[in-house]
Design a protein around this ligand. Structure first.
Ligand code: AMP
Length: 112
């Protein structure tokens, strides 16, 4: 998608503080961290949100969760929260599927 912020980051047109990259996935630190550790995992190929996950594109979602397990393990993080906001009311500000991975402080439940 030409005008999508995270597509631009995935293409390297906008810089990011990268944690991991392969052909399909990118992990980078959130520009406005909400926890001592806060990074995002995105598929490079544009998927708008969790609501757009289908049988055609869901393999990359499974790979994103494998990557989250690998990166948190490498960072020595044993307790963390994974969040994906879907739609405006849920707080999604960037319409490109992403998983927030946050750690380093206690989190309350239910989420606000
Ligand atoms: P959401 O509001 O759930 O769609 O999450 C979007 C996230 O992207 C927010 O936590 C923002 O702080 C983060 N964000 C926006 N622009 C950038 C950027 N250029 N680099 C890293 N993170 C960003």
């Amino acid at each position: 998608m030409d005008n999508c912020l995270f597509c631009k980051i995935a293409r390297g047109e906008i810089p990011s503080n990268k944690l991991y990259e392969d052909e399909e996935l990118l992990a980078f630190y959130d520009i406005a961290p909400q926890a001592p550790v806060h990074f995002l995992v995105i598929p490079k190929k544009h998927i708008e949100s969790c609501a757009a996950v289908t049988g055609e594109n869901s393999v990359v979602v499974a790979k994103a969760f494998e990557l989250i397990a690998k990166l948190t393990s490498e960072l020595g993080i044993t307790s963390f929260r994974v969040v994906s906001n879907c739609g405006e009311d849920a707080g999604q500000s960037v319409p490109h599927l992403h998983f927030h991975v946050m750690a380093g402080r206690p989190f309350t439940w239910p989420a606000g």
